[in-house]
Design a protein around this ligand. Structure first.
Ligand SMILES: Nc1nc2c(c(=O)[nH]1)N[C@H]1C(S)=C(S)[C@@H](COP(=O)(O)OP(=O)(O)OC[C@H]3O[C@@H](n4cnc5c(N)ncnc54)[C@H](O)[C@@H]3O)O[C@H]1N2
Ligand code: MOO
Length: 411
């Protein structure tokens, strides 16, 4: 008997993506050191050139490149040294034909110079003269004004997640504060009478709470704020109360356990209690993760993730993390993945997408091999051993040994 009205991954993602824009959060202005990993809330258009002046990229001598043509060890070109550019100051002098100015890496080029000869390709002569032993081309060893960033250029787009190099370009442009979206606040609730806190010694029939911690880690790795709401026993009024509290403080709530079809599977009943029309789907044609459900409660999104630790994680990867990270589902081509050769045959049922944990190893030819890690979805150790997972698409009834697969990495 089929209890779920299962949908495909694509259908579930479509409905989630269409409702996601209803979730609201504020933008805030914060200092650069607070902004790492957050989403930019504005386009950044350069108001100035970077660098703001033409600079040397080596220690040496600023010259007119045409003066150095034909220079070699055997036929050095003598130039008259007219001074030195002090670091961090304007190059005050003007370079005329036959002249050279000492300049350090990063120093400003004087007017008239268009290239820099490296120190190693010169010899200093007495009386303020210099021999150039190798010619330089125009612009050689020089970083031109605006070569890094041009005034008027859009360097970062609103919505991008700030990486260390993005903080760098903001710093280069003088943005010591930046407008970002507040991180999503995600509440996490574990359900089940058998679940005990991590610090407890489980009695017969009890297990420690794994999902609160795997989900907490996953949420944090998406750049969102995670808050644990503890373990709730299988009791509708308790669960309802704790969910209300989590909804008050979060835009997204993750419930783990109790999403299947057993008599004590309360999540569905609870969400129905909050309004049947909010249920977006219940059941997805995947393994593991089939009893995943999602609901919209006002402008909050609730995910009922399966209780089995592997299933909860896979379900999170497929449905929750792209929304938290990017506000959309990525094209599979964009996902961080590596290609590998499947070590052995895998079977699956057509009409269902399978996500198989794999370990990466080196084959005899040095290429990457994906070694499947068989195991039930209750075994967290299989996730510990795995480097990522592969997908067996809906229409396939398995994958042959030796086939090329894309391993989506757990990073
Ligand atoms: N008759 C059916 N039974 C089950 C079906 C089904 O379709 N028909 N689906 C199975 C699948 S697949 C999964 S996955 C599980 C999911 O069940 P629930 O989401 O209702 O979760 P629970 O029953 O509460 O728990 C399942 C399993 O996971 C353990 N668990 C739960 N929470 C935690 C936690 N925080 N830390 C560690 N372990 C946890 C729990 O003790 C159970 O062993 O249902 C199958 N059954
Ligand atoms: O979805 Mo269950 O997640 O197959 O173990």
């Amino acid at each position: 008997m089929e209890f779920f009205q299962v949908v495909t991954v694509a259908q579930a993602r479509k409905v989630l993506a269409s409702h996601w824009p209803r979730l609201k959060r504020k933008s805030v202005v914060c200092e650069l050191t607070q902004a790492l990993g957050l989403e930019l809330a504005e386009d950044i258009v350069a108001q100035e050139n970077v660098p703001g002046f033409t600079r040397s990229t080596v220690d040496g001598f600023a010259v007119r490149s045409c003066d150095t043509f034909g220079a070699s060890e055997g036929t050095p070109v003598p130039l008259r040294m007219i001074g030195e550019v002090p670091m961090g100051s304007r190059a005050e002098m003007v370079l005329n034909r036959g002249e050279a100015v000492a300049v350090s890496t990063g120093g400003m080029l004087p007017l008239g110079a268009d290239a820099v000869v490296m120190l190693e390709h010169t010899e200093t002569l007495p009386g303020g003269w210099l021999n150039v032993l190798k010619p330089v081309a125009p612009k050689e060893n020089v970083m031109a004004e605006g070569e890094d960033v041009k005034k008027g250029e859009t360097v970062l787009k609103a919505g991008c997640r700030l990486r260390p190099q993005d903080l760098g370009v903001l710093a280069a442009l003088g943005h010591w504060k930046v407008k970002v979206w507040e991180p999503w606040r995600v509440g996490i609730l574990a359900t089940g009478n058998e679940i005990v806190p991590v610090e407890a010694q489980p009695g017969p029939g009890q297990v420690r709470d794994i999902n609160s911690y795997t989900l907490w880690g996953l949420v944090k790795s998406c750049g969102a704020e995670a808050k644990l709401y503890g373990i709730v026993p299988d009791d509708l009024s308790y669960l309802s109360e704790r969910l209300a509290q989590a909804l008050e403080e979060s835009q997204v709530v993750l419930l783990s356990g109790g999403s299947s079809v057993g008599t004590r599977d309360l999540t569905l009943r609870l969400l129905s209690h909050w309004g049947e029309e909010g249920l977006l789907f219940h059941g997805v044609s995947i393994r593991p993760g089939k009893p995943t459900l999602a609901a919209l409660i006002q402008d909050r999104m609730v995910f009922g993730l399966p209780g089995h630790p592997v299933s909860a994680m896979v379900s999170f990867y497929l449905f929750v993390s792209p929304l938290l990270k990017y506000g959309r589902y990525q094209d599979p081509e964009e996902e961080p993945a590596v290609e590998a050769t499947l070590a052995r045959r895998l079977s699956s049922d057509a009409g269902r997408e399978d996500y198989v944990r794999v370990r990466l190893a080196r084959g005899e030819d040095g290429g990457l091999v994906a070694v499947p890690l068989p195991g039930k979805s209750g075994l967290i150790s299989t996730m510990v051993q795995a480097d990522g997972f592969i997908r067996i698409p809906l229409e396939k009834a398995g994958l042959e040994a030796g086939s090329r697969v894309k391993v989506r990495l757990f990073i």
